[in-house]
Design a protein around this ligand. Sequence first.
Ligand code: PPS
Length: 567
Amino acid sequence: MMSNLAPVPELYVSYESAQKLKLEAAELTSWDLTPRQICDLELLMNGGFNPLKGFLSEEDYTSVVENMRLANGALWPMPVTLDVSEDFASKIEVGQDIALRDQEGVILAIMSVTDNWEPNKSLEAEKVYGADDIAHPAVNYLHNQAGKIYIGGPITGIQQPVHYDFRGRRDTPNELRTFFRKVGWRRVVAFQTRNPLHRAHQELTFRAAKEAQANLLIHPVVGMTKPGDVDHFTRVRCYEAVLDKYPSSTTSMSLLNLAMRMGGPREAVWHGLIRANHGCTHFIVGRDHAGPGKNSGGEDFYGPYDAQELFRKCQDEIGVEMVDFKHMVYVQERAQYEPADEIEEGVTVLNISGTELRRRLSEGLEIPEWFSFPEVVTELRKTRPPRAQQGFTVFFTGFSGSGKSTIANALMVKLMEMGGRPVTLLDGDIVRKNLSSELGFSKEHRDLNIRRIGYVASEITKNGGIAICAPIAPYATTRRAVREDVEAFGAFVEVHVATSIEECEKRDRKGLYKLAREGKIKEFTGISDPYDVPENPELAVDTINIDVDNCAHQVILKLESMGLIAG
Ligand code: PPS
């Protein structure tokens, strides 16, 4: 297969029209795009999602969900939809133009709204991702982050989203096509990745280029990847270090601002279509391509080679040939990487999984040279210091008067005695005085309160500190959201202060239970308002017959066992 390097259609208008449109668009109702929507919009506008002309209409959406095809029959596996709040949707009408703004308020595009509907998210999850299970990151996003309503319609592009980082490494499909034309690359194999490159990847990409008799494009995703992944700044520094080890005349690297969904087989097909738009002729699909990990039953969402199978079926339509790879492992006797399924018995096979690598980094253990490049390991160590030096959050939850604040205070003092990291206590009452003074106790207000605490805790965690939170936090879904915010940067240790409601009421240290019983305080947790008991907290402490010092000590022991403080 040879590439046709004619330009792909973009959705941008000319510079002059853009200036004019921008002024007109300032008057329009506008939607502030989420980070994921900005990624989608960029690829819509620059032709990366060609043949899409905008966010999907309801008809196209239904067809994509059900058949992996647009309503006109063209192969398209992934819904690219604009989700908005009910409130926003109620303010706009079909036929109306709206401005799409980035998070700073810059107008990027105008969308002519043709459709406005409430999707069946469970059905979307089942059909597109294979299961309506929030252990899948995209399903979790769908149910817990995406707005309730989708709006669709064609886009008029005004300007590209602004990037301040690695600008010289970002290319639109047409820029890459121009580059390939210029250097005479007619066969290009793309390597998609969301992880740092280690020696196995290098071997795999070398082999792929050889097999396809093609040049190599390392095409990492820097938009949004799987929660918990190494951040793209670190990864790009790693890629740059590894790039020196490739022959520069046949290898290039470009960054792709895609928001991945971790949709396995469907995602692989999507990646293929995107690479076809970027002028590539071949695409590497390895083991468990774009895999989301385990489902809530502890099993893999997809089989390891499902993505290859689906890709193979669709590859003529995708317009990109698959270079499929099995898992690569290191054979000690021959000191080289080989596909796992081609190795005879009796030789020593070495392999370090992603989980094992994270463990070694977090425990400061050796990472052997056969596994990775010293430059890559150095970069990774900088962003992933050993656990005992990372930031983390201890999140107490329990009824009012359960003892959360008292234990939290004791824990803070113990951690400060140990030293090493700054400690901040975000106690329920203190937060309500300083951060959330305008809030009451409705579900909406409690959620806002907890999300604020989560935000501050995640910032503290990101910057290497210890955040101790001690709100009631009665809703499991909100606690989960906070966990996700924090876990992007460090450990989240949920401690259920499991003092029973009867005991809390008996103690009634603030006299609030009496008032709540008399109906003088409304929506009181445990009396007239719900409390979702944590199902899998890292620790549950009971305060009956156990003193505060002991409870705080139990938390310390837990932190020690998790490697968060040195033993
Ligand atoms: S929440 O649900 O997490 O936002 O609650 P939180 O911010 O932790 O605030 C709880 C403290 O506010 C007092 N208080 C009430 N609690 C529960 N329900 C109602 N209706 C209510 N009204 C006031 C109470 O003193 C809680 O403090 P703690 O420290 O938990 O006893």
